[in-house]
Design a binder for this molecule. Structure first.
Ligand SMILES: C[S@@+](CC[C@H](N)C(=O)[O-])C[C@H]1O[C@@H](n2cnc3c(N)ncnc32)[C@H](O)[C@@H]1O
Length: 266
């Protein structure tokens, strides 16, 4: 399904999904993405560890939501290129009947969407080609897969920093929260401006020089925490993604430049 999010395919300009894939050691990237990847790694060498820590956060939060909170519906916006432990794989390993709507606006992610559509027979996965800023359209399309009268886990991992206008980012989160019932959850991870601030500022400056999407921004912890206004934050609150219920000492110590948290709609 398409909702006008697709900006057209251009291998000569770096795209965030493909640079992220490069940081993770994936193969779905082009020269422009590798140049951007290397430039950003030179500015902030821990970015690779940070990307891996973010994927580990995704796996732990989806497992927490499915196994501990009983969520069976996931709206994963800013999916990224398929990699290990995609949202539906983690959710359906706990509950095969889980329903997942993936959303991204990158044309390469769209072309790899097949790998996200290998749902368990009991569950459903769908892929929507749409832009986070077309929030109403996303909700309309996702209603084909998800039942919005039942709790939904909204996943916004490493995407809100591509909305540089803070008021717009807040409005998007508020609109999504308004569409789901009590007992729904919002999970956010977000680039930090107050972890290794100088290296991160230079990393983001270099990334923005290369990215097709234009500006992305780091934000301080208290600003990221405000995205959860009106929600009940699960312990331990908004912390470095590696410190959100880590499964091991090693996970807890992973370098990261992302804040993360999980909130429940009361
Ligand atoms: C850094 S990746 C994160 C992937 C995954 N959520 C994760 O945390 O592992 C960011 C993703 O968000 C997507 N994205 C960025 N801006 C977007 C927008 N305005 N609408 C939809 N997707 C967007 C990019 O195409 C990319 O796939």
């Amino acid at each position: 399904m398409t909702a006008g999010g697709n900006r057209g395919f251009d291998a000569k300009v770096a795209h965030s999904a493909r640079v992220y894939d490069y940081w993770l050691g994936g193969k779905d990237n082009f020269e422009a993405d590798r140049i951007a990847g290397e430039a950003t790694i030179a500015a902030y060498p821990q970015i690779r560890s940070s990307a891996r820590a973010n994927r580990a956060f995704l796996a732990r939060t989806v497992h927490f939501l499915a196994a501990d909170q009983g969520l069976r519906q996931f709206l994963d916006i800013g999916t990224g290129l398929p990699t290990a432990n995609n949202t539906h794989e983690v959710a359906q390993s706990v509950a095969p009947e889980s329903r997942i709507a993936y959303v991204d606006n990158d044309p390469l992610v769209l072309s790899h969407a097949r790998a996200l559509l290998n749902s368990s027979p009991e569950g459903v996965t769908a892929y929507l080609d749409a832009d986070l800023r077309d929030t109403d359209r996303i909700l309309e399309l996702a209603a084909g897969t998800l039942d919005f009268t039942q709790p939904v886990a909204i996943m916004l991992l490493a995407i809100l920093h591509y909305i540089p206008d803070l008021d717009q980012a807040r409005r998007i989160v508020a609109r999504l929260v308004s569409a789901v019932p009590s007992g729904s959850y919002v999970t956010i991870s977000h680039a930090a401006s107050d972890i290794s601030p100088e290296e991160m500022a230079e990393m983001i400056r270099r990334m923005n020089e290369h990215l097709a999407e234009g500006n992305h921004v780091g934000r301080p912890r208290e600003v990221v925490a405000r995205f959860f206004d009106g929600l009940d934050l699960a312990e331990p609150g908004v912390v470095k993604v590696s410190e959100w219920r880590p499964a091991s000492e090693l996970e807890a110590k992973a370098a990261t430049s992302l804040w993360g948290g999980v909130g429940r709609k009361p």
